[in-house]
Design a protein around this ligand. Structure first.
Ligand SMILES: C[S@@+](CC[C@H](N)C(=O)[O-])C[C@H]1O[C@@H](n2cnc3c(N)ncnc32)[C@H](O)[C@@H]1O
Length: 213
């Protein structure tokens, strides 16, 4: 009985990166979507999200931004388009090498793997951080170091653009559903404003942006 409980507990506590690795190998690009979407829907969902999110980001840019970090870029669904939108360089960063391997090459776009929670970019080197549906998959205990990494790489006055699932539902094994206010207090150095919401398969997705003080 004790052994059974121990193995159930270790199953429950599966390392999050191991989980993403397995999910990526099983589902490819679809692994980064709500799996309620079929394989056939992946491209259409991505284009639909771009149609909502890219104009919101564009409205937040002041011009002159040169470097964007796509944090938790997965298979690079947005990275190349973000470089184009910015008219600058985009760097997609993700801990799962398999996802980076299937990310498409695009002009002014590169992909780098992150290790041990460190973003492989220099201090104060980034004008914009785009973070789309990533933080909900990171445990609360690991978030302070993620926030510290954002603060380290983002230039003073740089823009944080955040997209997160804020549905009011219980956490699942690998996803935390947090409120908008929760994300706002997570970044004391960024005055995050709600730009809008959209719904995906009945779940509320919130879009926030703000500049580093
Ligand atoms: C739901 S997917 C979103 C991917 C991408 N942003 C998109 O919208 O297509 C979550 C991504 O976060 C990545 N991820 C998981 N833990 C991470 C961490 N600690 N730091 C950075 N990325 C992480 C996963 O590998 C995965 O690519």
């Amino acid at each position: 009985m004790k052994k059974l409980l121990q193995s159930l507990t270790s199953l429950w506590k599966e390392d999050p990166l191991r989980y993403w690795e397995k999910r990526a190998r099983k589902h490819g690009v679809r692994s980064v979507l709500n799996l309620g979407h079929s394989r056939e829907e992946v491209d259409a969902v991505t284009e639909w999200q771009k149609g909502i999110l890219f104009p919101m980001l564009k409205a937040e840019l002041v011009g002159g931004e040169q470097t964007l970090l796509d944090f938790g870029c997965g298979p690079g669904r947005f990275t190349g388009g973000l470089a184009q939108l910015l008219g600058g360089q985009a760097v997609g960063v993700d801990p799962i090498q398999h996802l980076l391997d299937i990310a498409p090459a695009a002009p002014n776009t590169e992909y780098r793997v992150s290790r041990d929670g460190r973003i492989p970019l220099a201090d104060g080197s980034v004008d914009v951080i785009w973070c789309c549906l990533v933080l909900g998959g990171i445990a609360e205990s690991a978030l302070p170091s993620t926030v510290a990494e954002f603060t380290r790489v983002l230039k003073p006055g740089g823009l944080l653009f955040l997209v997160e699932n804020t549905a009011e539902k219980p956490d699942s094994k690998h996803w935390q559903f947090r409120s908008l206010a929760w994300y706002q207090q997570l970044f004391p150095d960024v005055a995050l404003r709600q730009l809008g919401d959209y719904e995906d398969l009945g779940e509320r997705i919130s879009v926030l942006a703000g500049r580093k003080r």
